[in-house]
Design a protein around this ligand. Structure first.
Ligand SMILES: [Fe+2]
Length: 463
């Protein structure tokens, strides 16, 4: 999903310092090959695709290629209420997109309202409207990004993509997708318990048919650099070849894994970038094709891309992230720069290190906007910093132990830190998002440019 990362940047491009930006994906330094991805017809699945659990053949495929597809894992009927809701959302209605007129689905960007600002509540920095790019802001340089919006349409090279992040924290939507019992069964069969019960997912990603007068679709392979251990993509409607199917580079996670400095927190090295270039240029991608209710599971470090979309259908998919319960470190907080100073990201030790060398931005200023990638269910580093294992699946289940329902109600990060709930109070379904809070609310100034966060990550374990 290439523009999901770029779309979040918006406005001025502040120089980056210190830790990696949580919104930054890793791209190759070379152009992807023109190779057309191979679809995944039902006949090509290993035995067991239509059953819960993992057959021996599926275990081998996951180990070697890093993915497995389960067919009809969730009944299609579960999705009807959300698809009905989708067709009634404000941008769909105002852009004149109608369910019974497929011609209206094509390249709707030009008819889409310019502002993607539905569903926001007045809770920015403790109260007040989410700023737009030309507003003056006490906590950030004008034009700084606000993070993800609950409704966001972008234009990839050729296809409009609407990422409805706001539905990703709707409890009924989560129950029908990421926290569906058959989904949780598969997560435990693959990753092993204790599984962290999902509280949200990234939401419903719709890839519209392209404007026929524009350029053809092109792949944009990248690696999310998130804290996801196991990623899943569920189709809410059927997806044929060249229809925007989620595209992955098989075995890419296996290639990248040993290049990370850490086993559980992706910490790339120069070798990682070389491998990324190699994968992009040489590995044959596959595009996930299937029916509503089919789910692709892949290792969270898999190189992937928005699929080629040359069809007349809208690609409807839910993008999901899963993790084991583990002792957690700090959050992937990001603090806005002010007065020309750089954006600073929180490091593994919970420190924001601001420059003290005489710029206009006072490092002691705690009234600056702090955000994180709120569309993710896990934004917390893992406390364990050990080096990659010889076997990257050493602590995965991969079908070795029976599924026992080992699902834990670990509180979500926003509750751990007492942050505003992403679902806006009293707002319609599918709205809301995480506003910025002041740095001084989550961290204390130590002097010398260093702000330190007090971790709340594991309080729930110790009581
Ligand atoms: Fe992505």
């Amino acid at each position: 999903m290439i523009t999901e990362h770029k779309s979040a940047i918006g406005g001025s491009h502040s120089p980056q310092s210190g830790m990696r930006d949580p919104e930054a994906a890793m791209f190759a330094r070379v152009e992807p090959s023109d190779r057309v991805p191979r679809p995944t017809p039902r006949e090509a699945d290993p035995p067991g695709a239509d059953r819960l659990g993992l057959t021996a053949e599926e275990q081998v495929q996951f180990r070697e290629k890093g993915y497995v597809i389960k067919r009809g894992l969730i009944p299609r009927s579960e999705f009807s209420p959300f698809l009905d809701l989708w067709w009634k959302q404000p941008p769909i209605l105002s852009a004149g997109i109608s369910r019974d007129n497929p011609a209206s689905w094509e390249g709707p960007g030009a008819r889409w309202p310019e502002e993607n600002r539905w569903g926001l509540t007045d809770n920015w920095m403790g109260g007040g409207a989410w700023p737009s790019l030309d507003d003056d802001r006490p906590g950030a340089t004008r034009g700084e990004r606000v993070g993800r919006l609950p409704y966001k349409l972008t234009l990839d090279r050729s296809n409009n993509v609407w990422r409805w992040h706001g539905i990703g924290h709707d409890p009924e939507f989560v129950a029908a997708t990421s926290a569906h019992p058959r989904m949780l069964h598969m997560i435990e069969a693959l990753l092993g318990g204790p599984v962290k019960r999902p509280w949200r997912n990234r939401g419903l990603y719709a890839v519209f048919p392209r404007d026929r007068s524009g350029p053809k679709s092109k792949l944009g392979p990248h690696m999310d650099q998130s804290l996801t251990e196991l990623q899943a993509v569920t189709y809410l409607d059927d997806v044929g070849p060249r229809s925007g199917g989620f595209t992955i580079y098989p075995a890419s996670a296996r290639m990248l894994y040993p290049t990370s400095q850490q086993a559980l927190n992706w910490t790339p090295t120069e070798t990682s970038q070389e491998l990324m270039d190699h994968i992009t240029a040489n590995v044959e991608p596959i595009e996930f094709t299937g029916m509503a209710g089919d789910v692709l599971f892949c290792h969270g470090w898999t190189v992937h891309s928005a699929g080629l979309q040359e069809s007349g259908n809208i690609r409807m998919a839910v993008i999901q992230d899963f993790n084991r319960v583990r002792e957690r470190g700090h959050m992937r907080w990001s603090a806005a720069g002010k007065n020309g100073g750089p954006r600073i990201n929180c490091d593994y030790d919970g420190a924001f290190v601001f420059p003290v060398d005489g710029g206009e931005d006072d490092p002691a200023d705690g009234r600056r906007e702090v955000t994180n990638q709120w569309i993710m269910d896990s934004n917390e580093f893992v406390l364990d910093s050990q080096a990659p294992f010889d076997d990257m699946f050493a602590d995965w289940n991969l079908g070795q132990r029976p599924v026992a329902g080992n699902i834990i109600d670990e509180p979500p990060w926003w509750r751990k830190y007492g942050l505003p709930m992403p679902s806006g109070d009293g707002m319609p379904r599918g709205t809301g998002g995480m506003p910025a809070v002041p740095l001084s609310e989550i961290a204390a100034y130590e002097g010398g440019g260093v702000w330190r966060v007090t971790s709340r990550a594991n309080d729930w374990m110790t009581g």
